[in-house]
Design a protein around this ligand. Structure first.
Ligand SMILES: [Zn+2]
Length: 83
């Protein structure tokens, strides 16, 4: 069996079966996901620019919230240390 991405024998690496594609090397499959900008089931290349910006803003907001939560925990730790 040949890898669907590099056309080499799948036995030369870690073989997997990609649904809808066929046999492939695990490393080739992962590389193809990055090249296609696929995250989970979301293909970023298929999104219109407006939706991509929306997603980008949402990711930034989520990261900001998490950073803030992280800082609050740090401050709390310092308060308990010095209290
Ligand atoms: Zn391959």
């Amino acid at each position: 069996m040949k890898c669907c991405y590099c056309q080499q024998s799948v036995l030369s690496g870690e073989p997997i079966t990609v649904s809808g594609v066929g046999p492939a090397h695990k490393s080739c499959f992962e590389k193809s996901l990055i090249e296609q900008r696929v995250f989970r089931d979301l293909n970023l290349r298929s999104l219109p620019v407006e939706e991509l910006r929306e997603l980008f803003d949402m990711v930034k907001m989520e990261l900001n919230v998490r950073d803030a939560q992280h800082k609050q925990v740090d401050v709390w730790d310092e308060v308990t240390l010095f209290g």
